[in-house]
Write a protein that binds this ligand. Structure first.
Ligand code: AP5
Length: 215
């Protein structure tokens, strides 16, 4: 099962990708997480990506496409995967389609998590992440068991660098300009399903499962 998660920043892609991973035992590949890990490790890729991310812009396509295509060759992807945050531009989507076509392969589902911008801004204000393992929480909707401490690894829970309100606004603008056209791209390929992301976590996960089990 090969799945793409589409949706604005903060729509819930990472949260649902994690649930799907657990349910269907396929890896979730988040380009945002890959960049954050590289920033933390001080790699060349991380140094190049940081400026773009902190400003709320996309990292250039040439730094992203090969990285993802290579990642999909790894053993854990042989039964499928969830792509969270990739593709994000039409050239990225075309590069992915072409790379998969060469292997006589293709994406099975493109799930758009649909949320109004105002609701996203509200949600993002409450988002916190673990600085150690990257697990995501929401201070009201999905809080950790112990305030400020990650349930999974005991790390500290912090505000993400690019979650400052001004940066969120910029990320939403970039989403509408550069990423939203992918909705039409995957609709034309007959792969798109739209999930109403304004519902609670359990209902959204149930709606996603219903789509994945419909084929
Ligand atoms: P990335 O890390 O991919 O960020 P994003 O797409 O902006 O998405 P987020 O991680 O912010 O949100 P999400 O949709 O995963 O929501 P979440 O599950 O956390 O990318 C970061 C940056 O990296 C980009 O800006 C760009 O610079 C660069 N980048 C990455 N990929 C790239 C690419 N392919 N090309 C170029 N550049 C790239 O949920 C949000 C909050 O809501 C959480 O607090 C969560 O707990 C809560 N929540 C979720 N669902 C529910 C629910 N149903 N009810 C209540 N609360 C909920």
């Amino acid at each position: 099962m090969k799945i793409i998660m589409l949706g604005a920043p903060g729509a819930g892609k990472g949260t649902y990708a994690k649930q799907i991973t657990q349910k269907y035992d396929i890896p979730a590949i988040s380009t945002g997480d890959i960049f954050r890990e590289n920033i933390k490790a001080g790699t060349e890729l991380g140094k190049k990506a940081k400026g773009y991310m902190d400003a709320g812009n996309l990292v250039p396509d040439e730094l992203v496409c090969d990285l993802v295509v290579d990642r999909l060759q790894q053993e854990d992807c042989k039964n499928g995967y969830i792509l969270d945050g990739f593709p994000r531009t039409i050239p990225q989507a075309e590069a992915l389609t072409e790379a998969l076509k060469k292997q006589d392969d293709g994406i099975d589902f493109a799930l758009e998590i649909n949320m109004a911008d105002e609701a996203i801004v509200e949600r993002m204000a409450g988002r916190r992440v673990c600085e150690k393992c990257g697990a995501t929480y929401h201070i009201v909707n999905i809080p950790p068991k112990k305030e400020g401490i990650c349930d999974e690894c005991g790390g500290n829970i912090i505000l993400r660098d690019d979650d400052a309100p001004e940066t969120v606004k910029k990320r939403l603008e970039v989403y509408h300009e550069q990423t939203a056209p992918l909705i039409e791209y995957y609709k034309n390929l007959g792969l798109l399903s739209v999930i109403d992301g304004s519902k609670g976590l359990e209902q959204c996960v149930a709606d996603i499962s219903a789509v994945l089990e419909s084929k």
